[in-house]
Design a protein. Structure first.
Length: 624
């Protein structure tokens, strides 16, 4: 008479749900026969079991006990032919009750689910349940539902559902529960329940499974970005979070909903609070609070960490401006070729910008400080994973150095310092003394650099780089200007022109794509007394014109390089573009794969030469 049946079977069937928190596993009998199901644990449901139609007695006993030791019996349950039913045992074992509802799936439209609510949470009074949409007011699902009662079924759109429970009859849900998916054209029973610790939850029984759904939590984490503030211990009510130093974050903690105060303390007691931050924590929402600014004017920004609607292949990015002296900034995504795409404009200190979604991956951010649509600072972010949040804080440390603090999951933060570029300096100003060169710092990066000498390679922050050139040992610069260097690239900064008009130029040293059998030698004109001209490869010991390497370039210009087979070359400079070279230069042997620079320059005497700049040396080639 008793057998398991599948979900599509028209046979008469019964399922059983166990919601007596302090009861052991249960066995279920019908008319004393069975058990028809065995060992059902708390917050679990059984498969559907065939039961013969008629008036039946359903006995529920502790697992291993017989029907005659049932703790509760449902007498005279009317089982109609071809119908399905669910029996539930609920309440404390000493007061255990049971009830039966019919799972009637007739007439459910395509795209809909039939939902019934059963109130099985002992100790919880009359409740109202609501469907809580993403926007708009909650809609009633079950009203004035008493303990042990079952609502009339309601047909809802299939899919994800947020249910709110109102415990105090004020038409406002006190707890929210997110149900992942309601199956189409099925009956779903939603049981209100409490566990043995008194924690309320929903038990959602679909056609194929039964799942516990806990209330959405209100969560908060705190980030410390006050550059001169000591380590702080956040305090909310009586709950002290972990101490955090500058650049660190607490993990999320669960808090009660509603209004509260966040105290930023030095020892976890309100007596040492340096800032009190009012909070309003909405049901089921997750928040981050970040302390910003100098200690004397410490402030906080609070915002919601919301992943609603985020695609698993996207990352949700929020930028927070926590750098006290960085000024208003624009934010760009920077491609590998240096092209920029605007992400945010006019972000001010203290702003938590609206979040935006990007495809997951690695990004370089550009920060524009002077509103000229060109980044002044670059930051190469860690890999941003799909389906996750990324809070990006623009900050400054105690020394005033800019940084980005990237926060992904929980308490994990990653400090990202400005991207770096490699720079070497070449002195080709014929009448200037030895020089010191300052590169974005008050300390000289290069000292006592002589004419026709190059420095070693130094690392500097990418972006707008301040370059100051001074006579060695002098506090007064001969030149103070900016050059722009891109992240991850190498440059030569050339000091050139006569002392009265001394200048610098930043030339990118780009060997990308250079064949191992070729050489690449870009040529730059830094000879102030030499007119515009052409440069040729000369053959036959300098007697015959070969390939024209440069066409009509003038002082301060650099022509696009041409890759040539490795070897020894003689070049000629035609200053008048009349097919007659005025100077011939025999370049040194350049081996395969060499990247070098060549400069047409002048000695202090006025004579013209070519300086070939290699990786770690220079070769001066006088004219024949």
């Amino acid at each position: 008479m008793l057998a398991s049946c599948g979900d599509d079977s028209p046979e008469t069937a019964l399922r059983v749900v166990h919601l007596s928190a302090d009861a052991p596993r249960i066995d279920v009998f019908v008319d004393g026969e069975g058990p028809i199901v065995s060992g059902v644990a708390f917050a679990e449901g059984s498969d559907a079991i065939h039961v013969a139609p008629g008036d039946r007695d359903v006995q529920i006993a502790a697992a291993g006990d017989g029907a005659d030791e049932a703790v509760v019996t449902l007498s005279g349950v009317s089982i109609a032919d071809g119908r399905r039913y669910t029996a539930v045992a609920f309440g404390a074992l000493a007061r255990v009750q049971a009830s039966v509802v019919e799972d009637d799936a007739s007439g459910i439209a395509s795209g809909e689910t039939r939902v019934r609510v059963i109130h099985a949470a002992e100790g919880v009074g009359t409740v109202d349940l609501y469907v809580v949409p993403g926007t708009g007011a909650p809609e009633p699902l079950a009203e004035n539902l008493r303990y042990g009662g079952a609502s009339d079924p309601v047909d809802l759109e299939a899919g994800a559902l947020v249910v709110g429970i109102d415990l105090d009859d004020d038409a406002t849900p006190d707890r929210l529960f997110a149900i992942d998916a309601l199956p189409e054209r099925a009956v779903v029973n939603v049981f209100t329940a409490v566990d043995d610790e008194g924690t309320p939850f929903l038990l959602v029984q679909g056609p194929d499974d039964t799942e516990r759904v806990d209330a959405l939590r209100q969560r908060l984490r705190v980030v410390h970005l006050g550059p001169d503030a000591p380590s702080i211990t956040p305090l909310v009510g009586d709950a002290a979070l972990d101490p955090i130093a500058f650049g660190a974050s607490t993990d999320y903690v669960d808090l009660a909903g509603g209004e509260a105060a966040l105290e930023l303390t030095t020892d976890g007691t309100s007596a040492t609070s340096v800032l009190s931050v009012p909070l309003r924590l909405e049901q089921g929402r997750t928040y981050t609070a970040v302390a910003i600014g100098a200690l004397a004017s410490l402030d906080a920004v609070v915002f919601e960490d919301d992943t609603a609607g985020l695609s698993p292949i996207d990352v949700r990015v929020r930028a927070i401006h926590a750098a006290p002296t960085l000024g208003t900034v624009d934010v760009y995504a920077v491609a590998a070729d240096g092209q920029t795409e605007s992400l945010l404009s006019d972000v001010e200190f203290g702003d938590a910008a609206e979040p935006f979604d990007l495809p997951y991956g690695a990004y370089t951010l550009g920060i524009d400080r002077d509103d000229d649509a060109t980044p002044d600072l670059y930051f190469s972010l860690p890999e941003l994973e799909g389906g996750a949040l990324a809070n990006l804080y623009f900050a400054q440390d105690a020394e005033g150095d800019a940084l980005v603090l990237a926060q992904l999951e929980g308490a994990t933060t990653t400090r990202v310092d400005p991207s770096q570029s490699d720079v070497r300096v070449l002195h080709l100003s014929r009448d200037a003394p030895n020089v010191d060169v300052y590169a974005g710092s008050a300390v000289a990066a290069v000292t006592d650099l002589a004419f026709k000498a190059q420095s070693s390679v130094i690392s500097v922050p990418s972006g707008a780089l301040s370059i100051a050139v001074a006579a060695t040992g002098s506090p007064t610069p001969l030149l103070d200007t900016d050059v722009r260097v891109m992240p991850g690239r190498a440059y030569t900064v050339v000091v050139y022109d006569d002392l009265a008009s001394i200048d610098v130029v930043a030339l990118e040293d780009d060997a990308a794509g250079l064949s191992s059998s070729n050489i690449r030698v870009p040529i730059t004109h830094v000879a102030p007394g030499v007119t515009r001209g052409d440069v040729y490869e000369l053959l036959g010991g300098g007697t015959t014109f070969g390939t024209q390497l440069v066409d009509d370039f003038g002082f301060g210009e650099t022509e696009a390089p041409v890759d040539l087979p490795a070897g020894t070359y003689t070049i000629g400079f035609d200053a008048e573009a009349d097919g007659d070279v005025q100077a011939i230069f025999d370049l040194p042997l350049l081996t395969p794969g060499t990247y070098a620079r060549a400069y047409v320059f002048q000695e202090a005497s006025g004579s013209v030469g070519v300086l070939v700049q290699l990786r770690s040396s220079v070769v001066v080639v006088p004219a024949r």
